[in-house]
Design a protein around this ligand. Structure first.
Ligand code: COA
Length: 322
């Protein structure tokens, strides 16, 4: 038996940074950013952290699911930008929200982070190891961005999204995940561990570095491929799918995937204009917005898909049963 989504939540920082704001610190323009990425503004943390946003998103999802934190038996947080290496963001969250019976751990899979925790959550439910799970995607990439690099700083924003997964999902639920470590150099961010006597606090390698074109091409080829693979394994076709909830990296990637699947644009909701690329948070934030707007109806089939550093990519097919 697979898991079903019974609650969603999200949280973004209060501070909004517009494209015009960015044009004051790097050589860029609102027109260039909108045309090449679809981003108009992003929310950037000041006092908010991965854990503080994850707690709010998680509590909203629990409220939506009408569940108490004490009932949870597992919390998985997909993040690459928590302020602590340990304890995990999941353990910090457990303490703050009072999920005293939950086992807790973080999963590092960059922008594929939510897909990774979602798939792990499904595996825990299928194996019988857990029944009530809180899944989080949360990141503050603004802390890892080089704000002098116009090639990357325009893309990212901060946020957290959450989903409560419980046993009782549809039999069609199906998940696929892939990785290609050989191509990892296309998108990197080194840790700020001390390296002997070398001070790494200002080292460029400890900020996000990206071969934008390589990442773009990777996404355009791998995302349609993994969606097709998931559909095939689930015994479904694109005609069965009501919405594709894709990682919000670039509107041109979303448009390209739409074309490659020969699908209708209205099946691909997007909020990239408002938030930019929020890494592991983007899929659950978008899912929460669709849920709260009443757009998801019982029996509809959704594809979730994430992709990013690693390189890593994955997709999941689920039936909305809430
Ligand atoms: N404003 C204005 N000009 C910019 C710019 C900016 N913010 N960033 C780059 N440019 C310039 C470049 O310097 C280059 O100038 P040149 O022709 O004089 O050398 C020109 O614009 C074209 O740059 P290029 O890098 O070829 O642009 P692009 O069309 O590939 O768009 C990205 C760049 C980053 C928007 C695009 O490659 C992308 O979105 N890639 C995917 C990134 C991604 O999604 N990463 C996360 C995955 S999880």
């Amino acid at each position: 038996m697979s898991g079903k989504i019974v609650g969603t939540g999200s949280c973004v920082p209060d501070k909004i940074v517009s494209n015009d704001d960015l044009a004051k610190i790097v050589d860029t323009s609102d027109a260039w950013i909108r045309e090449r990425t679809g981003v108009a503004r992003r929310h950037v943390s000041e006092n908010e952290t991965v854990v503080s946003m994850a707690c709010i998103a998680g509590q909203r999802a629990l409220k939506d699911a009408q569940m108490k934190a004490e009932e949870l038996d597992l919390i998985l947080v997909g993040t690459s930008s928590s302020s602590t290496i340990f304890p995990s963001a999941a353990c910090e969250m457990q303490h703050r929200i009072g999920a005293v019976h939950a086992a807790c751990m973080d999963v590092s899979a960059a922008c594929t982070g939510f897909l990774a925790v979602y798939q792990m959550g499904q595996a825990y439910i299928r194996s019988g190891m857990a029944q009530k799970i809180l899944l989080i995607g949360a990141d503050t990439l603004s802390r890892l961005v080089d704000w002098t690099d116009r090639g990357t700083c325009i893309l990212f924003g901060d946020g957290a999204g959450a989903v409560v997964l419980t046993a009782g999902g549809a039999e069609t639920a199906c998940e696929v995940m892939h990785s290609d470590g050989q191509k990892g150099s296309a998108l990197t961010c080194d840790s700020r561990y001390r390296d002997g006597a070398r001070d790494l606090s200002q080292d460029p390698s400890t900020y996000i570095r990206m071969d934008g074109k390589a990442v773009f091409q990777f996404a355009l080829s791998r995302v349609p491929e993994v969606i097709r693979e998931t559909l095939e394994r689930a015994g479904c076709t694109t005609e069965d799918i009501d919405y594709y909830v894709l990682h919000q990296a670039n509107i041109r990637i979303i448009d390209g995937v739409t074309r490659r699947l020969h699908e209708k644009a209205e099946k691909f909701p997007s909020n990239i204009e408002e938030y930019g690329n929020t890494c592991a948070a983007s899929v659950p934030i978008l899912l929460d917005e669709l849920n709260r707007a009443g757009k998801l109806k019982k029996g509809q089939k959704l594809i979730l898909s994430g992709f990013g550093a690693g390189l890593s990519w994955g997709a999941a097919l689920l039936e909305w049963q809430k």
